[in-house]
Design a protein around this ligand. Structure first.
Ligand code: FAD
Length: 199
């Protein structure tokens, strides 16, 4: 949408989580009565799942990109949103946090197996090296998509339509995006591959 991304993130059953970015009209939408809100929502969501109803309350969040300059300090490390706050348009925040936790657990387990203290600087540095690239890449990717989709400029509109069609039409591209969005791509820690830390 010209004002910002409107993302439909499927949940179990006939339900979806909606991320609706509206820099100017957010307050009015949050205060609207339910019938008016559903009417505004239907204009964007459509009726492909039938008539819409709300399963829970509406929440408003100020969105901004936040990246910690470093994820570690002496016997301290950051994981999840304490290290990175990214645009929620593709629902990737939790995935990144789970990857951080699984990578940290693996770094500590490997280090302790070598006889190191769990807070040893080499363990924390390995954790930071492992996770920082993925976190920064994902954050910048979401910013790029946000800027690409939050406007009504004709060439950009054409570019994103073309990109969406190409990804839909080309099986390997579609599968890559699905795998990446599902958190299953890249240098995955053992816990996210279903393996034990001891193995
Ligand atoms: C609008 C929106 C939609 C989103 N949609 C999705 C989605 O569909 N899929 C997805 O994967 N991600 C989504 N995210 C991102 C996701 O919510 C976060 O990435 C995830 O919740 C981060 O988990 P976390 O445990 O790192 O931090 P949080 O969930 O923020 O948890 C931190 C916890 O620490 C507590 N806390 C803070 N300070 C203290 C303190 N001093 N002492 C004790 N406790 C404290 C807080 O109360 C909180 O409970 C969305 C985010 C937003 C804003």
């Amino acid at each position: 949408m010209p004002n910002g991304p409107f993302a439909i993130l499927p949940l179990k059953g006939n339900r979806s989580n909606i991320v609706w970015a509206e820099p100017r009209a957010a307050d009015a939408l949050l205060k609207m009565n339910e019938a008016d809100f559903l009417s505004e929502l239907t204009k964007r969501f459509g009726t492909f799942l039938g008539e819409l109803s709300l399963e829970g309350p509406r929440f408003g969040y100020p969105l901004s990109l936040q990246m910690a300059e470093r994820m570690i300090d002496q016997r301290v490390c950051l994981a999840g949103d304490s290290a990175h706050g990214i645009h929620p348009l593709a629902g990737q925040g939790l995935n990144l946090g789970l990857k951080d936790c699984a990578a940290l657990a693996e770094c500590i387990a490997d280090g302790v197996a070598l006889g190191l203290d769990p807070g040893d600087v080499s363990i924390l540095e390995r954790y930071q090296r492992w996770r920082q690239f993925d976190n920064v890449t994902m954050a910048l990717g979401m910013e790029f998509f946000d800027k690409l989709f939050s406007n009504d400029i004709k060439p950009l509109r054409a570019a994103r339509t073309l990109e969406a069609c190409a990804v839909n039409a080309v099986g390997p591209a579609r599968r890559f995006f699905m795998k990446y969005a599902g958190g299953g791509a890249g240098d995955l820690p053992k816990l996210l591959r279903g393996e034990s830390l001891a193995a």
